[in-house]
Write a protein that binds this ligand. Structure first.
Ligand code: BGC
Length: 902
């Protein structure tokens, strides 16, 4: 193998580009631009380098931080002046200055020295604002409605406060949280653009508050605050059997508005006994069942000063803890794409149905004029049945219905507040007059993670698959990663989340999303280390400990480390990771973990007429042993990163014993596994359960098995994510491509051929004859099988991080040309900037365009063979005298390789 070095390529290109001044851009604090409400005492700062030309890297940085922006340039009164720090690190640098204060905004900027030792300008200042750091910083009191509740419908209470501000306002910041969900308004304007706040956590242990800059909403003079509350996840129906009130019975609000005046004084407007309460237009609302809204009951002008609330009842102050309050780490749920009807029609059953063309999660906004008391009902469904009728059997007990009672006075623009639905189709009842497209807009709601990956190919079905994977993510990342968004479930199923997590990190920046949820995982982990099936755990103690589900505790922290280089996730989660391995260890006999309940390779292929015993059942304890080993390996990896040598030593010994026990129990002398399924071989190979000399034959058995099924996969939730990776690793990318491009059931493209716009829960949610699988469990928006996305980005397009410098500080570009594809274009926006890998097959050659962001390096593997010619940016590269081209090392920049294959 001949290696081409960075120096070689820089030399080659140095004549083409003149290095110019580097700029520092895209400043982030705790991975967010200008965040407000940080409770991290040493927030981490990141930035990007930008400049023309190639091979840009950082050799040192200097950061300065101040409370007033003018102090930055003056260079005095700095809370942190880092001085020149020689390092190439530009991502997640911990604040190192004096102690940060509650409710205080900080300005910061950075400059860097590049590899030519040139200093950049100071960056444009960015900011972050601290939250309330101590429970005692909360001066507000918890309040609830002051009248007896209608405990049947549980309508949404409205809480109101009027107040006067006398001086010139400098800034106003609102800190809000609730038991239940809240929507807050000041002077008739909605506070913020977040929905379903305060999000979902185990509220008894961790309750997120949100922070809003409301400076532009308050005025000198009289002001009004109005907040409505809904049951939400706090006390609404969750899980099965009508379970309610999981976290409590009573809705409550905590609201603290801090107003600072230009004269240096400040004033607090607080939730307390001075607030008033009544019922409003939301007659009932439930996450699963939808909302009933009576526009006639709107309280006109209730969020404006001067409204007469004399009929309203004083609120009740209640005693609730404040030591569980935490700032919001992840991005809130916001409104995203909007869809207009693509078809309005009558079904054979005579129903008035609207098709929005995309299975999405959110709600429908209705614009309508009618008579007072008109009652319009909207039902939601993901699919139409074989006959083309509206199909809701798969929603089980979830009603997914919104009902609007019209005011009759005006055109009503109506949408729900404290619920969401999973749907592509809606059915309307009692719409007054002719229904037109302009009456309806479907709005997608999901956590506001920034999109990071794109992937398109020359294969239209594959592009639709990628689209479906991304929409599976959009529909199921609502503050927690859920299994599905429509039936009476919508829970944070841990197995689903772990199998999809690496794909998720390609599609969008999920760093903060998972950092938050992993804390939820640790918070709900049982004292014996067992990890619940769902997090937040609404199924109760004991519902946990399943192999492949509970391993979420080790797998996602590690995946986030790889994708974002986020060491804090590893250190925050390390005890939780160890506790989970400890649970398996305690429940093992002679290092064999073969006890307890396991979901196994959930939803694997099982044909009804499997007389030859070819069905793809994998022994559940074989699976458990593989994940036991994998989690132990990940604890070793994390311990290495964190420098915990004693742990490395201990778990390395344990891992050896786990693998020996596996060999003894599940592998014959000639290397056959007790379960001859694809998943068994995939897991054994992926997790290195077999000694080196046994691996090639195991991979052959896997390939044989796939051939036996006529090039179809048979894997369930646990085998699927690794299937193509294992094939590639052992030299069978061609087989992996056959599986990827297989169009008949079971395969990824079968649902696509059936018209899917999201990933289905089952390989055959809808059968070739258009009938459905059992309604008991048949979601059409379940991201788990979308885990193939990771292979598409990492292997087909070939964008990966080098494990020696994770988070794409060192990049691997290793595309695998195949499957008859003629073009693949992928990009990934990382903390350093944009990576691109685009290949196309052109006549006698392959064109590969690669873009590498500043302050990173890459190894590019092109799979070029002896005697083939390579040019880079038009210049011929030195052909190797013997052997294949090895990887080419490059620095930042854009490279166009042309490989002559003939
Ligand atoms: C969920 C799954 C979950 C499973 C447990 C189902 O009801 O929808 O996605 O992982 O239960 O096996």
């Amino acid at each position: 193998m001949k290696k081409y070095s960075l120096l070689f390529v820089s030399f080659l290109l140095s004549s083409l580009f003149v290095s110019a001044q580097v700029k520092v851009v895209n400043l982030l604090c705790e991975n967010k631009p200008d965040p407000i409400g940080i409770d991290e005492l040493k927030p981490r700062l990141s930035w990007q380098l930008e400049g023309p030309g190639k091979n840009i890297s950082q050799t040192a940085y200097e950061v300065r931080v101040a409370v007033r922006s003018e102090d930055l340039t003056r260079g005095n009164q700095l809370t942190w002046s880092s001085g020149k720090i020689p390092t190439d690190q530009s991502v997640q640098i911990s604040y190192g200055g004096s102690a940060l204060k509650s409710d205080t905004k900080y300005y910061w900027q950075v400059r860097v020295w590049d590899n030519n030792l040139k200093i950049s300008e100071w960056s444009t200042p960015a900011t972050w604002q601290m939250g309330l750091l101590q429970p005692s910083d909360w001066k507000a009191k918890w309040i609830t409605q002051g009248f007896a509740e209608d405990t049947i419908n549980r309508p949404s209470p409205l809480l109101r406060k009027q107040f006067a501000l006398s001086k010139k306002i400098l800034s106003a910041t609102a800190y809000i949280t609730s038991h239940g969900l809240y929507e807050a308004h000041i002077n008739n304007q909605r506070v913020g653009d977040a929905y379903l706040t305060p999000g979902w956590t185990n509220y008894n242990k961790r309750l997120q508050y949100q922070v809003y800059d409301v400076t532009n909403m308050v005025t000198a003079g009289t002001n009004a605050i109005g907040v409505s509350l809904g049951s939400g996840w706090f006390r609404g129906n969750l899980a099965w059997g009508g379970t309610k009130n999981i976290y409590g019975k009573e809705l409550a609000l905590l609201f603290q508005l801090i107003v600072r005046y230009t004269d240096g004084t400040a004033e607090n407007i607080l939730s307390d006994e001075s607030w008033k309460s009544t019922y409003g237009p939301i007659v009932s609302s439930e996450i699963y069942h939808g909302e009933v809204y009576d526009a006639r009951a709107e309280k006109k002008g209730w969020i404006t000063a001067g409204f007469n609330d004399s009929e309203w009842k004083p609120v009740r102050v209640i005693d609730l803890p404040k030591n569980t309050l935490i700032a919001t780490w992840n991005e809130p749920i916001r409104k995203h794409e909007q869809f207009k009807p693509v078809k309005i029609f009558r079904t054979p059953a005579g129903e008035q149905v609207v098709d929005f063309g995309q299975n999405l999660v959110g709600w429908v906004q209705l614009k309508v004029r009618g008579t007072a008391g008109d009652r319009i009902r909207i039902y939601h469904a993901e699919v139409l049945d074989k006959k083309g009728n509206f199909y809701t059997d798969n929603l089980r007990a979830a009603k997914q219905q919104d009902e609007y009672i019209l005011s009759g006075e005006k055109e009503d623009v109506l949408e729900p507040h404290f619920t969401f639905q999973g749907f592509r189709y809606i059915k309307l009842e009692n719409f007054p007059g002719e229904l037109k497209a302009e009456n309806l807009t479907a709005i997608a709601l999901y956590s506001d993670m920034k999109p990071s990956g794109t992937l398109t190919t020359s294969h239209p079905l594959l592009n639709q698959l990628q689209h479906n994977i991304q929409w599976g993510q959009k529909g199921n990342f609502l503050d927690v990663p859920t299994d599905c968004p429509q039936r009476d479930e919508r829970l944070g199923w841990t197995g689903d989340a772990q199998v999809f997590s690496r794909t998720a990190a390609y599609n969008m920046n999920v760093n903060n999303f998972f950092a938050k949820w992993l804390r939820d995982v640790a918070a709900d982990q049982e004292p014996n280390g067992s990890v619940p099936f769902v997090v937040p755990n609404v199924l109760g103690p004991g519902a946990g400990g399943s192999a492949g589900w509970a391993d979420v505790a080790t797998i996602i922290p590690w995946n986030m480390w790889l994708a974002y280089g986020d060491k804090k996730i590893l250190s925050d989660q390390f005890e939780s990771m160890k506790a989970w391995v400890g649970f398996m260890e305690k429940n093992s006999t002679s290092d064999l973990w073969n006890k307890g309940f396991h979901f196994g390779d959930w939803l694997f292929y099982r044909p009804d007429d499997d007389n030859d015993g070819r069905s793809a059942i994998t022994d559940k304890y074989l699976i458990a042993q593989c994940f036991y080993a994998h989690s132990t390996q990940l604890v070793i990896n994390a311990a290495e990163v964190l420098g915990k040598d004693a742990d490395v030593h201990y778990y390395t010994g344990l891992l050896q014993r786990i693998k020996s026990a596996f060999l003894k129990e599940y592998v014959t002398g000639s290397g056959r596994l007790v379960s001859s399924s694809q998943t068994a071989y995939v897991l054994a190979l992926q997790f290195d359960m077999l000694p080196l000399e046994m691996r090639a034959q195991a991979a052959e058995r896997l390939v044989k098995n796939i051939e036996n099924y006529n090039n179809h996969l048979t894997t369930g939730f646990l085998g699927t994510p690794y299937l193509c990776h294992v094939l590639t690793r052992f030299g069978y990318s061609d087989v992996a491509y056959k599986l990827l491009l297989q169009e008949t059931y079971p395969s990824w493209l079968y649902p696509v051929k059936m018209g899917a716009t999201t990933i289905w829960e089952r390989w055959d949610g809808q059968k070739p004859d258009s009938t459905f699988q059992t309604p008991n469990m048949n979601s059409f928006n379940h991201y788990a099988y979308g885990a193939i996305g990771d292979w598409m980005y990492r292997v087909v397009a070939g964008i990966d991080t080098d494990s020696s410098a994770v988070g794409y500080k060192k990049i691997i570009i290793h595309p695998h040309i195949g499957g008859g594809l003629t073009e693949v274009k992928a990009s990934l926006n990382t903390y350093y900037g944009m990576i691109r890998s685009e290949w196309s097959v052109q006549g006698d050659g392959i064109n590969l365009v690669v873009e590498i962001p500043a302050n990173t390096t890459a190894k590019i593997y092109m799979g070029v063979k002896k005697n083939q010619q390579v040019t880079v940016n038009g210049k011929l590269m030195d052909a190797p005298v013997q052997g294949d081209f090895g990887p080419v090392d490059v620095g930042s920049g854009r490279y166009n390789f042309l490989i002559r294959t003939k």
